[in-house]
Design a protein around this ligand. Structure first.
Ligand SMILES: NC(=O)c1ccc[n+]([C@@H]2O[C@H](COP(=O)([O-])OP(=O)(O)OC[C@H]3O[C@@H](n4cnc5c(N)ncnc54)[C@H](O)[C@@H]3O)[C@@H](O)[C@H]2O)c1
Length: 346
């Protein structure tokens, strides 16, 4: 399994995107956001996505040259049309609008339609955090999740993320796990996945990776996950006037554009209290959770964000291990667009 530094990997991803005809500034944004996800240990949303994005670009189904445009801006609300551009570009533009509007108005709600896959939601919510704001980000995704008690895909893994100035960062799919966790098992030839992750194509729970890859994802916690996914769908596609539920395409689907929607909410903490005081209060809350005695079988209580911050510290120092199947896919993608694999990985 190759271990590669974040810098070398970012350059490699950027070169592949450039060779697939993405403009330089957009390739740089997409490369940084994907590698940031690998750094955090969220490999499901790192470079694993790149071969799918390149497929979309080469098939002419995603337009890296489209900049998108603001449809309307009134008070704290902004509606954006992504024009089928790179999801990371839409995310970047919308976050800049959200931070700007929240600084002026106290809050911002930016909703984009006609977008593409934007990777991990955390990358975007952290943009608001960096501005001393609370960032809440959601998106709808390809319809590979049946609503609870159903047996056909209608909704996506519709993630919910919230990032705050302080040591807590929740970023979760509204399915037991993100689809990318199953893709990773599939790409790397892992025959079994844990129980409770997936259904086969007929809606029967399965632990067989092959069947899960062709099947569907399980809503998180039964009907509650379906309810949360609907909440995301309403805030994203219904509110934006965009494509809903199974009108959405998918990064693995050819012949249909992705057309998903994303929601970026920013809350200016300073309207309530100084950011330092807010951060101290979050730290106090986190400390209270962590002071809980550990249950049998555990060493400690963690809060959302802890596993990823720990992995990030370790991978920044030692490099990012890329599973063999993912590395192989990345190198094949590089070959498709005639980019050389870096000689030195560190
Ligand atoms: N763009 C898309 O279409 C899309 C769709 C779905 C998911 N995603 C992304 O997939 C990624 C992975 O999602 P996931 O649901 O598989 O993540 P996950 O299950 O690994 O983690 C979910 C959350 O739980 C927290 N957590 C993990 N272990 C914990 C513990 N022991 N104690 C306390 N908190 C803990 C994590 O910090 C994280 O905030 C996210 O970045 C999400 O944005 C993207």
């Amino acid at each position: 399994m190759p271990v590669i530094s974040a810098e070398v990997l970012t350059r490699f991803v950027e070169e592949i995107l450039l060779a697939a005809q993405a403009p330089a500034h957009k390739a740089a944004i997409a490369a940084s956001s994907l590698v940031a996800s690998n750094l955090r240990g969220v490999d499901s949303h790192g470079i694993q996505l790149l071969p799918f994005y390149v497929d979309q670009l080469l098939a002419g189904e995603m337009d890296a040259h489209a900049d998108g445009h603001v449809i309307s801006e009134t008070g704290s609300c902004l509606l954006f049309d992504g024009e089928n551009g790179l999801g990371q570009w839409v995310g970047d533009v919308c976050c800049r609008h959200a931070v700007r509007i929240a600084a002026a108005q106290g809050m911002a709600l930016v909703v984009a339609r006609e977008s593409n896959h934007f990777g991990a939601a955390a990358w975007w919510a952290q943009k608001m955090r960096a501005a001393g704001q609370i960032g809440i980000v959601t998106c709808n995704a390809s319809p590979i999740v049946p609503p609870w008690q159903g047996k056909e895909g209608r909704m996506g893994t519709n993630p919910i993320c919230m990032s705050v100035p302080g040591p807590w960062l929740l970023d979760m799919a509204t399915t037991t796990v993100a689809a990318g966790r199953i893709f990773k098992a599939f790409i790397n030839g892992q025959p079994e996945i844990p129980q409770g992750w997936a259904f086969d194509k007929d809606g029967v729970p399965t632990t067989d990776t092959q069947k899960a890859y062709k099947g569907m994802l399980m809503p998180l916690g039964g009907y509650k996950g379906s309810g949360l996914a609907m909440m995301v769908e309403i805030l994203c596609s219904v509110l934006s006037g965009g494509a809903m539920a199974n009108e959405i395409g998918g990064i693995r689907v050819r012949g249909k554009k992705v057309r998903n929607s994303q929601m970026f909410m920013a809350i200016d903490v300073a309207r309530f209290m100084p950011v330092e005081e807010f951060t101290a209060r979050v730290e106090q809350l986190v400390a209270l959770m962590k002071a809980t005695p550990a249950a049998p079988g555990y060493d400690e209580v963690m809060v959302a964000g802890d596993p990823e911050w720990r992995t990030e510290a370790e991978r920044k120092q030692n490099g990012i291990p890329i599973a063999d199947g993912n590395w192989d896919n990345l190198c094949k993608t590089a070959a498709r667009v005639q980019v050389a694999v870096p000689g030195q990985l560190q």
